[in-house]
Design a protein around this ligand. Structure first.
Ligand code: HEM
Length: 289
């Protein structure tokens, strides 16, 4: 009976393609409603739609990032469901990003001057375009006709790197919103911290898989916990150190040049996760290996 109620016309809307169509319908309906209330004849309206569409995409990429780690750390019904439907949630992310691409296209063709004066910045352009290249390659290789050109190792490398890159984009956008620009919005906190936890879960799951059979010395474990706590503090206090650390990291001329084009360089938003990674590694370090 319950299983029946979950199905529409033989279509299970909570799993696989049913879930994909449900998510796509919700995303697209929200997009159309928002468009109807937005002045698309002004560049600011199109810019709003670019931001609005990506906000629908972000939760999906975070869920995809967290899925396998959740199943490792807290095996259960929800993590198993997430893992089973990861591909369809990823494709729903692609649908929301497709809407963003549509609005970006509209902006760059109908408001060319505004686009180049107000939006275009080489580094952002390279980051965004690389993101879209990954996205298209990942969508195509999610189907047999695309995946047959890759062996299993290449497929995994493409999808793992792509997921990290596409997670890093919004995570770093919201980190900068919190730690550089004045007046962050509640949404910035929500999307920064959920992106942080999604990736931190992966680090802990990695640590879990490395857990040694022999108990590491208590001092090492304590040090690990201390460093993990320091990482969380680094994540929460960017406003206090961002300026000094950015200035320090981009002081060499080569680093300042890299900052102009290399995506995410010099990686300030990710420092906290690096520190947590170090703590988790120490916590699970086996001295007998
Ligand atoms: C060439 C490709 C891209 C261009 C030109 C572009 C352009 C833009 C523009 C114009 C905005 C609005 C900024 C504003 O509010 O004034 C924006 C926001 C944003 N974009 Fe992109 N984008 C690109 C690709 C991507 C990709 C691949 C991602 C990855 C998920 C992404 C994530 C975001 C996020 C998270 C925001 C902030 C949304 C918010 O305000 O909450 N973008 N983008």
């Amino acid at each position: 009976m319950v299983a029946r109620a979950r199905q529409l016309g033989g279509f299970d809307v909570w799993n696989r393609w049913g879930l994909f169509w449900l998510c796509s319908a919700v995303i697209s309906t929200a997009m159309i409603i928002e468009m109807l209330g937005t002045d698309l004849s002004a560049p600011s309206g199109v810019s709003h739609m670019i931001s609005y569409s990506v906000r629908w995409a972000v939760p999906f990429i975070y869920l995809v990032v967290a899925a396998s780690a959740l199943q490792t750390l807290f095996p259960g019904t929800f993590p198993r469901w997430l893992l089973r439907n990861r591909k369809y949630l990823g494709l729903s992310f692609a649908v929301a990003m497709g809407w963003q691409a549509l609005f970006i296209y509209g902006m760059s063709t109908s408001f060319r001057d505004y686009y180049f004066e107000e939006i275009y910045y080489l580094r952002d352009e390279l980051e965004g375009s690389t993101g879209y290249i990954f996205l298209v390659a990942m969508v195509l290789t999610s189907f047999r006709f695309g995946s047959k050109f890759l062996d299993a190792r290449q497929w995994k490398m493409l999808h793992t790197t792509g997921i990290y890159f596409l997670w890093a984009y919004p995570f770093s956008v919201y980190w900068w919103n919190l730690n550089y620009y004045a007046d962050p919005r509640p949404l910035d906190y929500l999307f920064y911290w959920s992106g942080f936890f999604a990736f931190a879960l992966r680090i802990f799951a990695w640590g879990n898989r490395r857990r040694p059979e022999d108990e590491p010395p208590a001092a090492l474990r304590l040090l690990g916990v201390g460093i993990i706590a320091a990482g969380v503090a680094v994540a929460a206090t960017g406003l206090f150190w961002q300026d000094a650390v950015s200035t320090f990291l981009t002081a060499p001329r080569w680093s300042a040049t890299l900052e102009l084009w290399l995506p995410y360089w010099p990686f300030e938003p990710f420092l906290s996760l690096g520190v947590i990674g170090l703590g988790v590694w120490l916590y699970n370090l086996s001295l007998s290996r």
